[in-house]
Structure formats: C-alpha cells, structure tokens
Ligand binder design. Structure first.
Ligand SMILES: C[S@@+](CC[C@H](N)C(=O)[O-])C[C@H]1O[C@@H](n2cnc3c(N)ncnc32)[C@H](O)[C@@H]1O
Length: 249
C-alpha cells in the first residue's frame, strides 16, 4: 500500500497578497533625463528588500528621482537618508523650482563637481556605508568608472548600485556600458542588465540600466557539500558501491 504523505498544515494555507502590501509607490513625476517610471519602480522594489539606511544619487538634475526616493522611503516607513550629488547651481535652482526640497528631512545635497565632491564627502564620513546608489551624472567612461570605484569602496556587504543608461544601442551611452563591464571585472561585481521601455516611448529617451552587486563567494565547505550531494545523485550505483566497501571494512 502506498504510504500517505503527511501534509504540513502551513502548506495548505492559501494567502492573498496584494502588491500594495509589499510596496507603496508614490506618484511618479517624470521629466526628460530622469529614470523612467519602470526604472523608478525597479529601484523601489530593491529598496523594499534592502531597507537602505544610506542612499546616494550622483546627478540629481530636477530631483525627480531624488523626490521619488524620498517619498518612497516615507511611504514605506524606511528610515534612510538620501545624499544627492550635483553642481552648486543645479542644487540651488532645484530649491527654487521644487518647494518639496525646502522641508524634506531625509534628503541632503552635496554640492560640487564629481568625483572630487564624493571623495571629500567620503573622507568626512569614513564610517558611513552606502546601501544603495543611483549613478546618473556624467555619461562618460571615466566619470562612471571613477564613481563606481569610489562607491564600491564604501558599499555595504549586500549593497546594490543602480547604473542608469547601461546601453549599447545609444551611441552616447556606450562609455557607460563599457565602464560598468570593466568595473565589474576588476572589482568582482555581477551585472544584471535591466530593460524598462516605457509604454509611451516618446516621453523618455533612455530605458536601459544595470543593477550591480558583489559576486556571491561560496566557501570551500559549501562547494564540497554540494559536490558530494551532486555525486550521490548523478552516480547512485557508484555511491552504493563505495558505501558497501566502507561497510565491509
Ligand atoms: C541625467 S541628469 C540626472 C537625472 C536624475 N538622476 C533623475 O533621474 O532625475 C545628470 C545630472 O548630473 C549632473 N552632473 C553631470 N556631471 C557632473 C559632475 N561632474 N559633478 C556633479 N554633477 C554632475 C548634471 O548637472 C545633471 O544635473
């Protein structure tokens, strides 16, 4: 008679989970050169998993992504701080254009030319670890490579970097893609290309990005345990023979 499988009572429970239970997405304010609506949503989902305490954004421009990051943290009760890097005149102009930034408590701007402004900021805050970074300032090979290298030196263990415009289809973005590739090879990061073509392509010109994270490093013990289990599964007769020989000793 076949043995009846005992069911774990928890296995029987069917649960309904709404997307809204996982993440609350603020209204997306879109403007040219900003992350697309889908990219902002992708960033939001990463932040839900990460619960970042320290976020940096290189290249703020009209603050559309900065504001999204700030509202997202508030809506989802994440107590993090966003540090936005851009030129002084761009930040001053942003304060005049968008009153949101006058009283917001989870955004701090670092005025100056990158990468020097970030080097200086990191030197002043040497104990600080970056949990999430959005890289979107100058779209040249050297600028992107230098920013990634700087950020990685202070990136927390499980930290992510979102690099905008990782794109070989657009001529002006090729340097970004090459910098990401070279950085990942040199610093042992993996790259996940992201596609976020919006439903109304005319409003947003860039819809490719990349998500970077340190490679997983399995220990030798984990590898050995895996190889043993794998060998048992692949070669059952050989495994049985070895067991038999051992028992004969
Ligand atoms: C593409 S826009 C950023 C858009 C923004 N991340 C968003 O999603 O809405 C690029 C910004 O980077 C800034 N930027 C470019 N090179 C920079 C540098 N060397 N130092 C500081 N800011 C820089 C520009 O002033 C501009 O505001």
């Amino acid at each position: 008679m076949p043995q009846q499988r005992l069911l774990d009572p928890a296995e029987e429970l069917l649960r309904e989970v709404c997307f809204n239970d996982i993440a609350k997405i603020p209204i997306l304010l879109q403007q040219r050169a900003s992350l697309t609506p889908l990219e902002k949503t992708q960033v939001g989902l990463i932040m839900i998993a990460l619960q970042p305490k320290v976020i940096v954004e290189t290249g703020v421009w009209r603050g559309r992504t900065t504001r999204f990051l700030s509202e997202f943290l508030t809506y989802n009760q994440i107590t993090g701080m966003i540090y936005g890097f851009d030129f002084p005149d761009v930040i001053d102009e942003l304060h005049e254009i968008d009153p949101f930034f006058k009283n917001v408590i989870n955004v701090d701007f670092v005025k100056g030319a990158l990468p020097a402004s970030m080097k200086e900021w990191l030197a002043k805050n040497s104990s600080l670890m970056i949990d999430f970074a959005v890289v979107d300032a100058t779209h040249s090979y050297n600028a992107v490579y230098d920013e990634l290298a700087l950020i990685s030196s202070h990136l927390s263990k499980d930290g992510y970097i979102f690099c905008h415009d990782y794109d070989l289809d657009e001529k002006s973005h090729v340097g970004v893609a090459l910098a990401v590739e070279d950085f990942c090879r040199k610093f042992d990061f993996t790259v996940m290309p992201l596609l976020s073509r919006p439903p109304t392509p005319k409003t947003d010109a860039s819809w490719q990005a990349a998500l970077l994270r340190r490679k997983l490093k399995p220990t030798w013990n984990q590898r050995l345990t895996h190889w043993r289990a794998d060998a048992r599964e692949r070669y059952p007769r050989l495994t049985a023979l070895i067991r038999k020989l051992r028992n004969m000793k």
